[in-house]
Ligand binder design. Sequence first.
Ligand code: AMP
Length: 199
Amino acid sequence: MRLILLGPPGAGKGTQAKVLMDANNIPQLSTGDMLRAAVKAETPVGLKAKDIMARGDLVPDAVVNQIVADRIDMADCARGFILDGFPRTVAQAEALDSLLAERGLALDAVVELQVDEEALAARVENRAAESGGEVRADDTVEALRHRLKVYREQTAPLIDHYRATGKLVSVDGMQAIDDVSAQIADILASEGSQAQVAG
Ligand code: AMP
């Protein structure tokens, strides 16, 4: 199963990706996690990405496209994967389309987590409080506001891109975590059975 989780920062993509990973035994591919690892290890990509990420801006498309292309070719992705935080621009979505087409692969679904943006700031504040001090450089209310703006301007257009493919499904991400997971599981199960019926 190949899925994309789409939604603004703080919508719960990472949380739902982990649930889907455990349920389906396929890896979560979080470009944010991969970039944070690169920053920590001070690789050339990490050095380039560090300040951009701290500001809440997007790392250049070419950089993330390459990271994802390399990752998708690894053995653990053979049965599928969950993309969490990628694509984030129309150019990235187009790069992903070609990357998959070249490999004869297709997406099963793009799951959009719909959230109330005002409530997200409160979630981020809680996340900062719960982590007991050590927070991500971009996990402040100011950085979140900027990341939400970047999402609206650069990532939200992907909703139409994927709606046009018929793969988009939207879920109310403001529900309790378990309810969101259950709804996603139901949708994927019914899509799977429809695909079987369709042959
Ligand atoms: P995330 O953990 O998904 O919220 O990502 C954290 C930060 O990493 C983002 O604010 C961006 O600076 C960078 N990043 C992650 N994924 C991408 C992407 N697909 N394109 C560009 N930048 C990204």
